[in-house]
Structure formats: structure tokens, C-alpha cells
Design a protein around this ligand. Structure first.
Ligand code: F6R
Length: 609
């Protein structure tokens, strides 16, 4: 996720670009840059860090100019740095581009371009784009852009500028948002409405495959072949704050709804075309490396720790390697049994959590091999670990983690399957079956998100209870832990998760008439046992809300209400069952009037011990 802007008109481009980027900083903030055509040359300035660093660099030397583009970055390919910040140019600085997304086939394209003599200045996937424009340009800017769009694969929103065509900006979209704002003698381009809402409310919201040719006084839209598209103007009637949250009331709800895309992006490039293998370009693991390990240690905090519990299940089940999971704050002081035959995997959305970072350093000190799973390129944890694999969730703003968790799950699943393939511990047939189901997960999450009314009703009905219990077995238990944490942290309801089989060892004493129990019952291998446990709490007059897979006929007979999720393999279903639990926590917090995005006593990134 990144933020992009463009301006063409009769006023200062720099003013709009910097204002717009400020509004888009929630989309990425590790570096920023602008390019402005000053009448003769294209002036480019970039700076690593927050947008303020760029503003500081521009002080007293902001160029005059009425056409320009800008970018605020959330790094994917290449660490945050001045060189990797956008805009990027071709060899001669004739074509300038800003990009939000991932170009999946950039490697072969880059190799071909280098073979033709192109020089690259950054580590980004984006830079192939201006070089390709240079390659295809024969005098018609739009034609060259379309030729590029037909060569690149992946997701993008793009804005192109050229000093050869100072009266035109071209933008295009595939799987990432882009809006064109219509002014009077001026037009605007942005990733998102907040960037333009102070200037205009008349917009074109571009669809996938559309290309807009934007001039001072006109905007024409075509498809990628150049055929004209007839588009209706969309009048924005949200206020600026709502616009920043994409029309959602809170960042948390926005991020819950971004999960299909976040999961799809995290899968992208890692599922080989044809669908029978997982690859991690970032890792150079071999069968010998994995066979030389005697255990894996997963270390993390909070929600990331819960993802680690699921990761343990995946790696043990698929790759048949012993996995320990520990809380980073415990691990670092435990005198852990870790040596050069241990692979320590740390999971951290922010990459800055102090306990996790300390655990990572301690593991290295003891000689372990280390791998970081993190959402933030260039974070302290990403820099400290020997190897890194990223989740591509984009910035997570709400304190309660949602899309980071689901991307961590999908990543741990792919990692486990990758390890299993190297160790030949899953058959090709099973591998193909799992990858087939994996690819359906984003659409199934969307389906789960499509009907929130029953969840709102439960939240209204039970949102004022003081205690809620979550039960489940196997992976259902791991998801129950995450569901309970979500409810606690944003609604302040006391919530506990228990492995269903443990109830009789103590907790059953707390189950009395009217206590809500959320029972996850999706693990087919322990289904009958789970149903028996549900009957135990029902016998104590608890109110049971079951979470089950579509097609489950038994569950309705034993619970008070059921929330169904689409059916899939029991290994993958945590990606679906967690969604109603996130929504339940969200709507319970709303019912109780809590500040969802900023829960009391909590901070997004815990950089203290
Ligand atoms: C809960 C939550 C926290 C974080 C934890 C670790 O919703 O967000 O429990 O998961 O503080 O943070 P990271 O993943 O940034 O290391």
C-alpha cells in the first residue's frame, strides 16, 4: 500500500501534491517524493522517513510548476531509502512514474531491460515501468503507456508524467484504488478521496483496466486497448475524516474489510502459476538445511503470538518438524534451549516490538538461524533477522490487529507447505489440493464479510455481558484465543478462551445460566468431542453461539445460534472463523460506546519492555 497523487492545472502543483500526500500518509510513511515539471526540466526530490523529511528538504527550493506527481511509500521491493522512494524515471529522465502495488513479473522484465542497456537506480519493482515506457515510446505517450500495461503483471495504480508531454498526465489502475478529481481548469489524481476532497467533490472512480488521460481542461478514459469508456461522475458527499477511512466509521472496520486484498497480496508471487508449488524468492532454503534443524521456535507477542500458535500447527502437521511457541517477553528470560540447529521465527506486524526484537537478538547470540515475518520493510526486526519474509497487509492503523493476523496466518501456512515440499512430507496431490483451496480464501473472506447483520444483533444482545467464554479444540482453540483478545482489548468485556477439553478441569465452575459461550466447531478431526463439550456448557444453561462451516447440520441441534463460514480444509478455516470474531468484537465495542481505534491503555507499537 502506498499513496499517489498527481496535479495538472493553473496553480502550484507542489501545494496540492504535499497537501494530498499529507492526507494519504496513512497509506504509507517510510519515504516520500515528488516530481514537478518546471517548464524546462523535471525536478525530483525524495526523502526517506516521514513526509516531514521531504517537506524539510523542499524548504526554500520548492519548484514552480503546474504539473506534477507525488508518492508516499510503504516499501515492498527494496528497503526504505532515498533511492527506492518514488518517483522513478527511465534512463534519460524523460518519463516519470509513481506506483502503488506490486509488479509480479518485474524480475524477467528487468533482466531484459538491462540486457538492452537500461540502467537501474533502485531495488524497486516499479522502476521497470518508466524504462518500459522509454522502450515502447514512438511519439505517442498514451500508446507507450498502454503497451507497458499490456506487459506488466500484478497490481497497480500508476501515474505517468513526461517532459515530452507537459500538458498530460496518464493514470491507470488494476487492483489498487485510483480516483480522478475534476476541477475548473485543473484536475487531480489520487489513490484515495481524502487527498482531493478539499479541492473538488466531482470525481471519476476508476475501475480495473481503465486508463485516464488527464489534461488541464479534459479527462478522457479508455480501456487498455484505447477504446473509449463512458464514465459517470461520482459526487463525493462524505466529510474529510470519513473519506480517510474509506467511508468506514473506524480504521478497524476498514482493515477488517481489507482482508481479502491483504491476503491475496501476501499470496501473490508465492503461489506458482499452475498451482502446485509454493515459492519464497526471499529464502534460499534447501532440503539439507531443513533436515539439519532439530526444532523451530516461534516467538512473538499478542496477536502475532496467536498467529504463531497456528503456525506451529501448520509446520508440525505439514513439514513434520517439532515447533515450540513462546511469548517473546518470556522467551528472552527463559534461558531457552536454542542453538545452531534451531530456526527461530519471530512474527511481528510492526517489526518494532521491543520484546520480540530482544528475543531475536538473544536467539542470534545463541547461534540460532533466524527468520522474521513482518509487515514493515526496513523495520528493526527486518534488519536484525538473517532472513525476512513479508506480509503484504499494508499499514495497519487501528490498535487492534486484524488484517495483520490473517496475513500472518496465510504466510505461516505457505511457509509450512514450502517446508513440507522441500522435505517431501506432503504428497503432490495433497499439496495441489491445499493450494487450490488456498487460492479461494480471499473470495471466501469476502463472502464472510458480506453478511454482518446477525453479528450486529449478537453484539447488541450480548454486548453488555461482563464475561464471555470462547471454546474450541485444535486450531479452533488458537482462533478462540485471538477472538477473546479482540473482545477484551476494544470492548473491555472480560473474555477467556479455553481448549474445550480443559473445561472440566476447572473452568466449568464459571459456566452458569445466561453466560455467553462462543464455540468454534470447525475441526473435523475432533468434531464429535467438540459437540460433547458444547453439550456440557449447554447443560449449565450457557447461551452458546456456534461458529461452524457451511453444511454443518449437527451444530444447530446443540447451540442457541450459529454463524456459518464457507467450508474449506480444516487447516485453512481459521482464516475464515476469525472474521466473525473480529466483527463481533468491533460491534460489541460500538454497542458499549468504546473508542474502537484507540482502546484505553494500549498503543499500536510496543517499543518498551
Ligand atoms: C492486538 C495487537 C497486539 C500486537 C502485539 C505485537 O490486537 O495488535 O497484541 O499483536 O503488540 O505487535 P507486533 O506484531 O507489531 O509485534
Amino acid at each position: 500500500m502506498c499513496g499517489i497523487v498527481g496535479y495538472i492545472g493553473n496553480k502550484s502543483a507542489a501545494t496540492f501534491l504535499l497537501d494530498g500526500l499529507t492526507k494519504l500518509e496513512y497509506r504509507g510513511y517510510d519515504s516520500a517524493g515528488i516530481a514537478i515539471f518546471d517548464g524546462q526540466n523535471v525536478f525530483i526530490e525524495k526523502a526517506v522517513g516521514r513526509l516531514d523529511a521531504l517537506k524539510e528538504k523542499l524548504k526554500g527550493r520548492t519548484p514552480e510548476g503546474v504539473i506534477g506527481i507525488g508518492h508516499t511509500r510503504w516499501a515492498t521491493h527494496g528497503r526504505p531509502s532515498d533511492q527506492n522512494a518514488h518517483p522513478h524515471t527511465d534512463c534519460h529522465g524523460d518519463f516519470v512514474v509513481v506506483h502503488n502495488g506490486i509488479i509480479e513479473n518485474f524480475m524477467p522484465l528487468k533482466e531484459q531491460l538491462i540486457a538492452k542497456g537500461h540502467h537501474f537506480a533502485s531495488e524497486t519493482d516499479t522502476e521497470v515501468i518508466p524504462h518500459l515506457v522509454e522502450e515502447f515510446y514512438r511519439g505517442d505517450f498514451a500508446e507507450a503507456v498502454r503497451a507497458v500495461l499490456n506487459r506488466i503483471e500484478g497490481s497497480y495504480s500508476l501515474v505517468f508524467m513526461s517532459k515530452k508531454h507537459p500538458d498530460t498526465l496518464i493514470c491507470a489502475k488494476q487492483d489498487n484504488p485510483l480516483v480522478v478529481g475534476l476541477g475548473d481548469g485543473e484536475n487531480f489524481i489520487a489513490s484515495d478521496i481524502p487527498a482531493i476532497i478539499n479541492r473538488t467533490r466531482r470525481t471519476y472512480i476508476l475501475n480495473d483496466g481503465e486508463v485516464a488521460i488527464v489534461k488541464r481542461d479534459s479527462v478522457s478514459i479508455t480501456d487498455r486497448r484505447g477504446n473509449a469508456v463512458d464514465k459517470k461522475i461520482f459526487h463525493v458527499n462524505w466529510n474529510a475524516e470519513a473519506a480517510e477511512k474509506g467511508g468506514y466509521e473506524h480504521f478497524m472496520l476498514k482493515e477488517i474489510n481489507e482482508q481479502p486484498k491483504a491476503v491475496r497480496d501476501t499470496m501473490s508471487k508465492r503461489v506458482v502459476k499452475g498451482g502446485d508449488r509454493i515459492v519464497f524468492d526471499e529464502l534460499n532454503w534447501t532440503t539439507e538445511f531443513l533436515n539439519g534443524l532439530d526444532k523451530v521456535y516461534i516467538v512473538a507477542c499478542g496477536t502475532a503470538y496467536h498467529a504463531g500458535l497456528v503456525g506451529k500447527f501448520y509446520i508440525e502437521k505439514l513439514a513434520r518438524i517439532l515447533v515450540e511457541v513462546d511469548l517473546a517477553s518470556e522467551f528472552r528470560y527463559r534461558d531457552p534451549i536454542v542453538d545452531d540447529k534451531t530456526l527461530v521465527i519471530v512474527i511481528s506486524q510492526s517489526g518494532e516490538t521491543s520484546d520480540t526484537l530482544a528475543a531475536l537478538k538473544e536467539s542470534k547470540r545463541r547461534g540460532a538461524k533466524t527468520l522474521a515475518v513482518t509487515n514493515v520493510v526496513g523495520s528493526s526486526i527486518a534488519r536484525e533477522a538473517e532472513q525476512v519474509v513479508h506480509t503484504w497487509a499494508g499499514p495497519e492503523i487501528a490498535v487492534a490487529s486484524t488484517k495483520a493476523y490473517t496475513t500472518q496466518l496465510i504466510l505461516m501456512f505457505m511457509l509450512a507447505l514450502y517446508m513440507a515440499q522441500l522435505r517431501s512430507t506432503v504428497s503432490e496431490e495433497r499439496s495441489r489440493e491445499l493450494i487450490g483451496l488456498l487460492k479461494k480464501i480471499p473470495a471466501q473472506i469476502s463472502e464472510t464479510l458480506s453478511d454482518v447483520e446477525p453479528i450486529k444483533t449478537f453484539a447488541r444482545r450480548y454486548g453488555f455481558n461482563e464475561d464471555v467464554f470462547y471454546i474450541g479444540r485444535s486450531l479452533d482453540y488458537d482462533v478462540a484465543l485471538e477472538g477473546a483478545l479482540k473482545l477484551k482489548e476494544i470492548s473491555y468485556i472480560h473474555a477467556e478462551a479455553y481448549a474445550s477439553g480443559e473445561l472440566k478441569h476447572g473452568t466449568l465452575a464459571l459456566i452458569v445460566e445466561g453466560v455467553p459461550v462462543i464455540a468454534l466447531a470447525t475441526q473435523k478431526s475432533v468434531y464429535d468431542k467438540t459437540i460433547s463439550n458444547i453439550k456440557e456448557v449447554k447443560a449449565r444453561d450457557a447461551i452458546v453461539i456456534g461458529i461452524a462451516a457451511d453444511g454443518d447440520k449437527e451444530i444447530e441441534k446443540v447451540v442457541d445460534h450459529v454463524m456459518f463460514v464457507p467450508d474449506t480444509d480444516e487447516l485453512l478455516i481459521p482464516l475464515l472463523t476469525v472474521v466473525p470474531l473480529q466483527l463481533l468484537a468491533y460491534y460489541a465495542a460500538i454497542t458499549r460506546g468504546c473508542d474502537v481505534d484507540k482502546p484505553r491503555n494500549l498503543a499500536k507499537s510496543v517499543t518498551v519492555e
